[in-house]
Design a protein around this ligand. Sequence first.
Ligand code: SAM
Length: 235
Amino acid sequence: MKFELDTLGLIHSPYKEKFAIPRQPGLVTSSTARLELLPPYNQADAVRGLEQFSHLWLSFVFHQTMDQGWHPTVRPPRLGGNERVGVFATRSTFRPNPLGLSVVPLLGVTLERGGVWLELGAVDLLDGTPIVDIKPYIPYADSLPQARGGFAPEPPGDLLTVHFSPEAEAALAHHQRALPQLRQFIGEVLAQDPRPAYKKGKTDEKEYGVRLFDLNVRFRIREPECEVISLDPAQ
Ligand code: SAM
């Protein structure tokens, strides 16, 4: 059987590229996102009662990588990037059906003239991600504290300590009013060490860049430290 899915809505998030997006929503908590419902789903009736729930399940399409296919085994970053496990034992983006599933905080529902927006807490989703289903999170059914977490029993613990250069500090001060959470957000994102697994534990002189909001954030990592070098307006 083949199925066709409709895009119900689009994510608006600070993550403008795949690099450095957290691997699960709760790993970076100091950010918010919005889900814009698209016609014909952008009607108040379709979300009536949703505001009673604190969290949602979002089913989405890994639209940026869906053309890259899949392999039966993958090398999860959690296993250092060199041990293979079956694709269905992972949350890899490269899957036979490019569907993802994230549980995210619902902060509110905004009804505008001709529009419905879901105000979300932290997400692990690229800006523009197409959402194909929305369901309320139901704690009695969905929370299983006794469940075994396989090779990912805990959130990753080896976080980097993030510092800001004087130039980056000046830029943070400049953006303080519009983006008051920016320092914490960048700190949480980079503390996860977004580099490929093979870079870890080695001397790394490379200067990296990532686009967050409309900023190009440049940084360098000398484990266990990360220095944010600059924050410039993205071109
Ligand atoms: N929580 C979801 C799940 O378990 O199905 C997603 C987990 S997946 C490991 C999260 C990663 O997906 C992010 O770190 C980012 O690299 C990638 N990602 C997020 N949105 C994407 C999109 N629209 N297209 C392709 N990759 C995306």
